[in-house]
Design a protein around this ligand. Structure first.
Ligand code: SAM
Length: 284
């Protein structure tokens, strides 16, 4: 196909109405201080907001119509169509549009080489009662996951294999921390997130119609014996303690991934990946 010389260049979308873009260069600006505060869990809990870094992540969120609060971008990327489009979308949805200096972005993200686009979003969780696994569905329950990098990686893997979502059971790390959000690479916006106490999760599982497949280092069943189109919740244990007794007992089946070397166990996110590829084998 040849380029048509007479073809009009694509029209750059207007960022927003005049005056809708606020410009900030001062590191002491109170808006900058508030956004920077989102690095702290206390501030995220108080505001119900969180920070997502990078243009891909911001466009993923906007495509999913995720509730957006603010978009910040560096003046150097203002002319890019995709940035202007994202800013126009945020403005149209009632959010704040900020053009900031790269120093301000560095301060907000606490990085020397910050991303040129950053979004502030509202936290969103799916209620446990809305989780209704159907035929072929796979969910992942993480009991007391502590490492935000593991959590983000698991969410990204769930998205990659077309599993349905994640249930955070008990006291877990914050899925809206900067580290966890970064590790999801945008999948946070595509994967429903449920939170439940251990008791509530076990009670839900008894009436849900889903089978619980637990992973346990002391299990005798092989992980390759679990493929089925029955609605399934894969249950993964904590990084240090593994699965608690009550969770292990609630599982219809417990499986182990064999290991040939001298390591005691696999990393949680790696083990989840291996299990998900087995459980989703027929769909991939
Ligand atoms: N010391 C912990 C224990 O005894 O269970 C190790 C926990 S391991 C790092 C974290 C989780 O990954 C486990 O609870 C389990 O869900 C999963 N896991 C890791 N290696 C596994 C394996 N070889 N087979 C089955 N599950 C495994």
């Amino acid at each position: 196909m040849t380029d048509r010389p007479d073809k009009a260049p694509p029209r750059r979308p207007d960022i927003a109405a005049p005056g809708a873009v606020k410009q900030i260069t001062s590191l002491a600006n109170p808006i900058v201080k508030d956004i920077r505060g989102l690095a702290l869990k206390k501030h995220r809990d108080e505001t119900g907001l969180f920070l997502g870094e990078g243009l891909k992540l911001v466009t993923d969120a906007l495509e999913e119509a995720w509730p957006v609060h603010t978009i910040c971008f560096a003046g150097s990327v203002r002319a890019q169509n995709v940035v202007a489009q994202a800013a126009a979308t945020v403005h149209a949805r009632g959010g704040t549009v900020l053009e900031v200096s790269e120093q301000v972005l560095g301060k907000i993200t606490r990085r020397d080489n910050p991303q040129m686009v950053v979004g502030v979003f509202k936290q969103r969780l799916t209620p446990l009662a809305d989780m209704k696994p159907g035929k072929g569905d796979v969910w992942v329950a993480l009991e007391q996951v502590r490492d935000p990098g593991n959590l983000g990686t698991v969410i990204r893997t769930i998205d990659s294999v077309g599993a349905r979502g994640v249930i955070l059971v008990g006291e877990t790390c914050d899925p809206f921390s900067m580290e966890a959000v970064r590790a999801t690479m945008g999948s946070l916006f595509h994967v429903p997130l449920v939170r439940a106490s251990r008791d509530a999760f076990i009670a839900w599982s008894r009436t849900s119609g889903a089978r619980l497949v637990g992973t346990h280092l002391k299990a005798t069943a092989d992980y390759r014996a679990v493929a089925s189109d029955a609605p399934t919740v894969l249950v993964m244990g904590n990084e240090q303690q593994g699965l608690s007794e009550p969770m292990a007992e609630a599982c219809a089946v417990r499986v182990k991934i064999p290991m040939a070397g001298r390591a005691d166990s696999l990393n949680l996110a790696v083990a989840t990946g291996v299990m998900l590829y087995e459980l989703r084998r027929a769909a991939l």
